[in-house]
Design a binder for this molecule. Sequence first.
Ligand SMILES: *Cc1c(COP(=O)(O)O)cnc(C)c1O
Length: 396
Amino acid sequence: MREIPPTAGLPLTWRDLFPAGASLEQGLAHFIHVPAVQITCSGTAAQIITLTTLKRQSPRRKVILPAYTCPLVALAILHCGLQPVLCDLQPDHFDLDHDRLAALYDANTLAIIATHLGGRVANLSPVLDIARTSGAYVIEDAAQSLGATWQGQPVGMAGDAGFYSLAVGKGLTLHEGGVLITQDAFLRQQFQATAAEIASFKWLWELRHSLELLGYAALYQPWGLPFAYGLPLRRALQQGQLIKAVGDDFSDDIPLHRVGRWRKAVGANALKRLPEFLDALHLQAMQRLEKLAAIPGIKIMQDEPGGKGTWPFFMVLMPTQAARDAALRKLWGAGLGVSRLYIHALADYSYLVDRVDKADIPHARDFAARMLTISNSLWLDETKFEQICQEIAAAI
Ligand SMILES: *Cc1c(COP(=O)(O)O)cnc(C)c1O
């Protein structure tokens, strides 16, 4: 059996495993078109370094974030001793409801997190306008959007700080890793100082992630993925453990350490193929968006005006939860790369429920209930993609 991964990650070649002298920091700065980047041990670590630094610049303590996003974003805010404030989404949309945002915003707001979810570019203009009225910071969560732009500049550079994830399944990967960028030279220096203070080199973590990266190199192939991804997925689905199935089972234990030289070298090697890879994904996405648009009753998430995103997968909003679940009964676990993103709106995870305010977030809950994802992996061929389209149409 061949297994399609739920997101289109860049496969490694055996040559990538041998350091060739390229610098990941320089390569990424060149690729993203920024003066410098900071490599961190995860996207979450990049967020913690950012928030720890900003907390020292200001007495404000609230951080506003979308009510539907990676639960790690909320855990990172809590880790820093800050208060997460959930902002609802627009109806039928991944982006923040900007009227809600304006209402939630107050003089105690340290930062607003705008999320370019799943490669889709958010509308930053209203967020920047609100933040600038009284001096909150804007952090762009571009975890899954390395290579995306907004108004012609890389995502992460319109706000005060932005981060990308180099975790497994997010495009370019060190198995775990992150990239922190900022347009502000002062903050750039502060972020480096904070990282030096809170994230030291831990060889056991490095060994573990190095072995995992080797495993990724070996198994991130259609014939290896049934073992690495498909079997655990199907077991979790059989047991009804949906949070485990998508890997949302996070804890407060957030590792903070430095990334070793070998993993950076592997990333620097793989990075050389990333532009071509992202172009191929874009091309495939444009063709498949047309086919998806022909299915009545569904809505596919697109970039907001000014945005040019990347295409790791498609976010498909079904007309009802019943139709979404009917489609998933056929497709999730079938090896076709159909999945869900995060299972719940943030307030509905057991490990967050008592730690976020009882927010009014109907649209985020509705989005979580009706959305499914279709992989844009290049291994998903036309026949399989047609099969997915037919099952989705049948479920409606
Ligand atoms: C994955 C992800 C993160 C966290 O990144 P890690 O590298 O896994 O720590 C944050 N936000 C979003 C939207 C993500 O998808």
